[in-house]
Structure formats: C-alpha cells, structure tokens
Design a protein around this ligand. Structure first.
Ligand code: CA
Length: 224
C-alpha cells in the first residue's frame, strides 16, 4: 500500500522509509507540515505516519486541517513518551492510532495494516475472490491450496482491485496508489501488470473498462 511519512528527523525518517519499503509498501516522505498537506491534496494514500513536532506546521495542525477538509486518510501519530497531552489531543482531532518513539518498525507496519483495514470497513484481514485468497499481512496469495507467485507490483495491484471489487477503478487512481513520486511510470506499465496478473489468476476476473480503468468482477458475475 502507499504510505505518506511525515517526519523531519532525517535518521528516523530514513529508517522508517527504508523499513516500510522493505515490507513492500510504496512510501513518500515529506519533512514538514505544509508539505504534508500539499502531498495529501495532490495524491491519495492508504495511510499517513505523522510526527507531531514538525517545522512550518506541527502535526496536530496538519491533522486538524486534514479532518477540516474532510480528508479521512487514516493517520498513525508518532509521539515521544513525554507528549501525553499531545497524544490525547491527536486522538481527539481524529488520529486513528499512535506509536511511541522509539518505535519498532514491525509494530508500525502492523498498526498501519490494521487501521487501513478498519478504514476500509474490512474486519477480516484476508481478501478473497472465489478460490483466490490474499493475505495483506504476509503478502501471500493462494488459489485454493496452491501458493501463487506474484511480483510486488502485481500483489499491490491485486490488493487494490480486490479491495474495490465490483466497482470501476480509474487508471489514475490505481497508478497513484501503485507508484511513489519520482518513480517513472511507463505509459503502458499498468496494462503490463494487469496482463501478467490475468495470466496468473485467470483472465475473466479483471474487466477492462475502455478509456476508464479496470474492475474486479464480483464473485457471482465472475462465475456466471
Ligand atoms: Ca520531529
């Protein structure tokens, strides 16, 4: 999934970004509050990791502004141990969860997955489509009992399509969520990933909506 990290500390940010990327996430990193708001307006993210002490605009103000403009992107706040009142305020302002510094990367990753899952109204962590089963936590995909080998991009694309099952997702939305800034997107990269995915999971599940994007069929219509 695509995550925005808002952290001004270079060392912490480096570790966080590298760690989240290694776990298969697309990560964008900004270092001040204003840049965070600009990024959130321009792009869609599955979640935000938000430091509170930030230059130009602090984390609480970013959060307040996000919620004021009805941006419901899930937010995981990073707080220091002595920032108890800020933590409470952040939760009151609409933060979804918090982690104390110094943090454990696995804990952050697990909390992010949980809050993205909740935000999408999905209490069960597995994504399913007929025999196909995708586990976001372990990044495993199975068809029945058979494990299916997907590239990282194919996995992310399949997650997005399964999450939006039954509705059309535009090329732009899919590309925004698959690629971080600065990554070059070949003009037909999305088609190529869809093509490979279809070969692996079966061509009938993903419908092309000409000139718009793609749609994962509902289980019933896929079987029809
Ligand atoms: Ca800071």
């Amino acid at each position: 999934m695509r995550v925005l990290v808002v952290e001004d500390d270079r060392l912490l940010g480096d570790g966080l970004v590298a760690g989240l990327k290694a776990l298969g996430n697309g990560v964008d990193w900004v270092r001040d509050g204003e840049a965070a708001l600009v990024a959130l307006e321009a792009e869609s993210f599955a979640a935000v990791v938000l430091d509170l002490g930030l230059p130009r605009r602090d984390g609480l103000s970013v959060l307040r502004q996000m919620r004021a403009r009805s941006d419901a992107t899930p937010v995981l706040v990073l707080t220091a141990r002595d920032e108890v009142s800020a933590k409470v305020e952040a939760l009151d302002l609409g933060a979804d969860d918090y982690v104390l510094k110094p943090f454990d990367l696995d804990e952050i990753a697990a909390r992010l997955r949980a809050l993205v899952r909740r935000s999408r109204g999905r209490p069960v962590p597995m994504l399913r489509h007929g025999e196909l089963m995708l586990n976001p936590a372990t990044r495993e995909v199975r068809v029945g009992d058979e494990p299916l080998a997907l590239t990282s991009r194919e996995f992310d694309l399949l997650s997005l399509l399964l999450e939006g099952k039954g509705r059309v997702q535009t090329r732009r939305t899919l590309e925004e969520q698959l690629y971080a800034w600065g990554e070059s997107i070949g003009s037909n990269a999305l088609e190529v990933h869809v093509h490979h995915l279809r070969r692996k999971i079966g061509g009938e599940m993903i419908r092309t909506v000409r000139g718009v994007g793609y749609m994962m069929m509902d289980d019933e219509s896929a079987q029809a």
